[in-house]
Each structure stands twice: as C-alpha cells, then as structure tokens.
Design a protein around this ligand. Sequence first.
Ligand code: ALA
Length: 379
Amino acid sequence: MNTAIESDLLEEMIVPNISTKSVISKPSIVNSYNEWDPLEEVIVGNIDGAAIPPWHIMLQATMPLQHTQMYQQQGGQPYPKELIDAARKDLDEFVHLLEAEGVTVRRPDIVDYAKPFATPDWNSQGGLYSAMPRDLLLIIGNEIIEAPMPWRSRYFEINAYRKLLKHYFSLGARWTALPKPQLSDEIYDYTYQEEQVGKAVRYVITEFEPVFDAADFVRCGKDIFYQKSNVTNAFGVEWLRRHLGDNYRLHEIKPNDSHPMHIDATFMPLAPGKVLINPERFDKLPEVLKNWEALKAPASCIPENFDLFMSSRWLSMNILMLDQERVIVEKGETALIKSFKDWGFKPIICNFRNFNRFGGSFHCATADIRRKGSLQSYL
Ligand code: ALA
C-alpha cells in the first residue's frame, strides 16, 4: 500500500461515485490534450520494488548491448538497493518540486516485481517496475487508455495503477483498455537482428495483434504524433485511430533510429509551434509541421562512464513542461538549460541522474492527468 495515497482517496474508492448524474455535473478531473497546457495534476512513478527484467528477444532489440549479460544473468532479481535508494531520492526531489509549483501529485502502488508469473502461453521470471507511467497510460482529453504493452515482463504492470484509475473513474474520467494482448510467440520475430535495409528499420514485433507503449505517442491537441517501434506496431496504431475517431489526426514520424522505443527522447513538443528534436535522428520535420520551429537538443552531458541500463543518453531531452514556459530539466544538463534560456523558456532544475539509470527522465516518469486547457488544433 502506498502511504502517499490520502485517506479521502481511499474512501472514494471504497464507495465509488459512479452515477451518471454526478459524473455529468462534475468538471472532469482528467483533462489533458497536449504536452504544454498548465499542469495541475500528475501521476509520478515509484522505483521501489523494481526488478531487473528477464532476458527476452524484446530486450535484445531495445536495451543497450553492454548490459545484455546483466539481463541474462540477473533477470527476475531486484535491482541493487543502493541504486533504488538513490533513484528514490531523485523522485522525492521531483515530487517536492512539482508540489512547490502547485501541481497535485499521485503515486501508483508499490509492488514487488521480483516474482515470477505466468499466463497459459508463457511465463516470466519477474516484472519490471511502476516507475514509468508514461509507458502504459495514454491520456487524451478525459480518457485514460491502458496501453497493450508487448514486453512480457510488463504484462501486469497496470495493476499498480488500478486504485488510481478507479479513483479517476469515480470522478468522471473515461477509462479504456485495449484488447489484452496474448503475447504468445507469434507477436515476436525471433529471427530479429539489428540491421537496416536502406533506412527501413527492422522491428522485433510482428502484426499478430495490436500492441503499443503509450510513450510512442505525444499529443498536440487534435494532432497526435507517433512512431512505429520495437514496442508499437501498425495494428496498435490503427486500433487507436479508429477508437479516437474523427476528432483526432494521427501522424507518423520516422526518425533515423536503429532501436526505436518511445518517442520522447526523439521528438518532444514544447509549446504551440515548437518541438524539441533529437538532431541525430532527424534531418527535417514532417511536412505537416512545416510551420513549426524545430529546436535541436544539444548533446547530453551524461558522462560516458555513467551506466544507463535501459536507454541512450538522449534522455536529456525527456523533459516535462509545466506550461508553455516552465520546463523541468536535469541539473547536469547545462547545455540544454542554456539552450532553453536562449529560446525563451524558464528551466527549473532537478537532480534526476540516478533515476535516469532506469530508462526514463521527467516525461517518462509521469502521466499528466490534468492540464488546464481544451482541445485545439495547432497546425
Ligand atoms: N529509447 C529511448 C532512447 O534511448 C528512450 O533514446
């Protein structure tokens, strides 16, 4: 049980208020259409209970090669306590900072992920963590959509958020889950090898069933940008397109990335007309954004000898906008902090390096529940 969940929240969950009448009369507590409207409420992940994910072809396609042995030999075991403690300290600082800026923070349950589990088709030596809500919760307007994530180790990760989801539902949010994927062997290409034919990336997942991670999507009002990746297939995108209907347009971006997984260290919208891009992965913006300004992220300041177990150093650009000006940036990213100032933003700095080791930064570690604003077109 997460002690951070207040007792009023628990009471609401025991007796959820689900009458249609009360739902209609309340302003929506879940309301988030883009990455920059003023942030009022957010879920921040927990690192406690994190486990080293067991080795699988999915990790071969997405994780830094130098850590392969760790996953192969220690998958299913908890991460070392000192790493968890240091990351928790970063998270605490981040939460305090958000609260000081007037943002309400909610946290998922703390779960022990170092436990094996199985479905009728497969088993996993353990799970991963509830550190990165952005990966599994896609929030569009007043709807929270559970992503059908293709890593087997993450199959039950949503359970850590169920209390929060019931809470938001009781206060009027819409709550949707994609068809639960089977994740049988057919969804994986076990012949996968990292190779590029021309510029076409080879993915480790097939089109057997709809899958995606929510972090492969970023929202700009009526226009949502996504990438296909080693965790997001065309079937999953098509499911979402049909589900969202005519009010939204989904645009694919095609970065030059040989290990694509999660768009938010590649293409990060900051404000209407402004997007932070990863200059190693883009030559130019897609045609639909021809009137937008592409701000090139400077190289990360993460030292070469600093172990990032699950990502590239481009986590530097995985920032969180509190509104169109205030942006949370890692303390050591001096080049990016300077660039933001030059571009007219107001950077707010926070220590997050020890959390970064686990594959995400401020954007990954959050799911923005409520931003003050409405559905608009910005193209
Ligand atoms: N997979 C993304 C990267 O490492 C987060 O850049």
